[in-house]
Ligand binder design. Structure first.
Ligand SMILES: Cc1cc2nc3c(=O)[nH]c(=O)nc-3n(C[C@H](O)[C@H](O)[C@H](O)COP(=O)(O)OP(=O)(O)OC[C@H]3O[C@@H](n4cnc5c(N)ncnc54)[C@H](O)[C@@H]3O)c2cc1C
Length: 407
């Protein structure tokens, strides 16, 4: 939209507000509403489900607002970045649930829009927008994490199909996903130029997943094995041996998106609630009503200010990305910052709670205390997932600051 002035914005905001109010399922207004916690991820497991969250997701998807800026031709909302931000703000303001969490929305879809052929876009984008297919990311391997281009999973041309053999690791939710976007080796003589980007249906014979248990007690990711897995020729995105460029682009979208999720609330590794208020409850207040421990007060205030500045930067970087050609290497700055602040916040939460911030389970601890402990343990992964902090600092020095490689 060329000219979207203040009056247009307010008119659009009112329209969005009315629509959300009219369409939010009544059952979900009750915070104790019975809904499957996995429903937000959608996927085949919920095909035909009458779960109220799934009904909400489908209603928003029909409007195109699960992917507000994607083209209408594929079922997206066709909105400008500014309008999309208003939709997001109104969902948050009204306390409505986010309709859909999806690796398809956050990572795969944007690169399909850039690199896929028309048949691939028509096949996959509407199912991502509708939450019909849950995707996982098959990048890391036991010998290829930070050095991702060292990956060894083989993909051979067998004439009428591709044949895949190898192993992935740390594949988040692979055991729950319907499809996997995967990096494979199609040329063993070259490193970066021997990689291709393929799409694999997880029900294909020869695909096996084994969950890995974490210190937080959860099993959010798996080892994924491919043994003589045959996939159609049409499942390769972009050129043969041209997958590295797509892989890097997807990582930029991933870093941009997960940085938003590390926020000050209950995001990846965080614990819900206002840190300062929680600290006051556990530590106590002085005669002025301020947190009694001055040192802790300073560190909590600094963390809150860092988050505030971070959110402003995030909004600016997102606006710049949408106004230009998508995200850039600068996403490594926000990924690094988000991981650092989220880990600090989790540490401060546990510190403020004292011994009670180390509750693992049982009636002796409140659910907030257990969440704080587990969130603190989960937050250890924030500086690893989506590229480690060290690697992101390398990207910033090389691609943002233009510094030379160390000799
Ligand atoms: C919660 C979570 C979810 C994940 N989900 C997925 C997923 O869905 N799909 C997927 O494919 N992967 C996933 N991963 C894997 C993740 O991408 C890798 O763990 C990450 O890229 C690091 O690789 P690595 O574990 O092999 O560590 P390594 O690469 O072996 O790194 C070990 C250490 O060496 C440091 N290091 C390595 N190279 C350099 C360098 N050049 N300069 C400086 N330091 C360096 C690293 O920073 C790190 O501290 C997930 C990881 C986590 C924690």
């Amino acid at each position: 939209m060329a000219d979207f002035g203040a009056a247009d914005q307010e008119a659009f905001r009112a329209e969005v507000r009315d629509w959300l109010e009219a369409n939010y399922p009544a059952e979900l207004k009750d915070p104790k509403a019975k809904t499957d916690p996995e429903a937000i991820w959608g996927g085949r497991a919920f095909a035909g489900s009458d779960d109220p969250h799934i009904r909400w997701m489908r209603t928003v998807a029909q409007k195109g607002w699960t992917a507000p800026t994607w083209p209408k031709a594929f079922g997206g909302g066709g909105l400008s970045a500014e309008q999309a931000r208003i939709v997001e703000q109104e969902i948050n303001r009204g306390g409505y649930r986010a309709p859909l969490a999806s690796f398809g929305l956050w990572m795969l879809g944007p690169v399909l829009l850039e690199y896929a052929n028309e048949a691939q876009k028509a096949e996959h984008l509407p199912k991502i927008i509708g939450g019909e297919i849950r995707w996982c990311q098959g990048y890391s391997e036991p010998g290829a994490g930070s050095d991702l281009a060292g990956l060894q999973t083989r993909c051979e041309d067998k004439g009428d199909h591709w044949l895949i053999n190898g192993q992935k690791i740390w594949t988040s939710y692979a055991n729950k996903a319907d499809w996997c976007f995967c990096l494979v080796r199609t040329d063993t003589a070259k490193k970066h130029e021997g990689i291709s980007f393929v799409l694999i249906d997880m029900t294909t014979p020869g695909v096996e997943t084994r969950p890995i248990q974490l210190i937080s007690g959860e099993s959010p990711f798996c080892e994924t094995f491919f043994t003589d897995v045959k996939i159609p020729k049409g499942n390769m995105v972009g050129q043969l041996n041209g997958g590295w460029e797509i892989a890097k682009r997807l990582l930029q979208y991933e870093r941009q998106n997960i940085s938003g999720g590390f926020g000050g609330g209950g995001g990846a590794g965080g614990a819900a609630g206002d840190l300062a208020q929680i600290a006051k409850r556990y530590v106590g207040v002085d005669e002025t009503g301020a947190l009694a421990d001055g040192d802790l007060r300073t560190r909590i205030t600094k963390n809150k200010m860092d988050f505030q500045a971070f959110y402003q930067t995030l909004a600016r970087v997102a606006a710049e990305a949408k106004a230009s050609n998508g995200p850039s290497a600068a996403t490594s700055i926000i990924k690094y910052a988000a991981a650092t602040f989220a880990q600090e916040r989790s540490e401060l939460m546990v510190e403020a709670m004292g011994g009670r911030g180390l509750g693992w389970e049982g009636e002796g601890f409140s659910s907030g205390e257990i969440t704080a402990t587990r969130g603190w343990l989960r937050s250890k992964g924030n500086s690893i997932e989506g590229g480690t902090s060290e690697v992101n600092v390398n990207v910033v020095s090389k691609r943002v600051l233009g510094l030379p490689d160390p000799k």
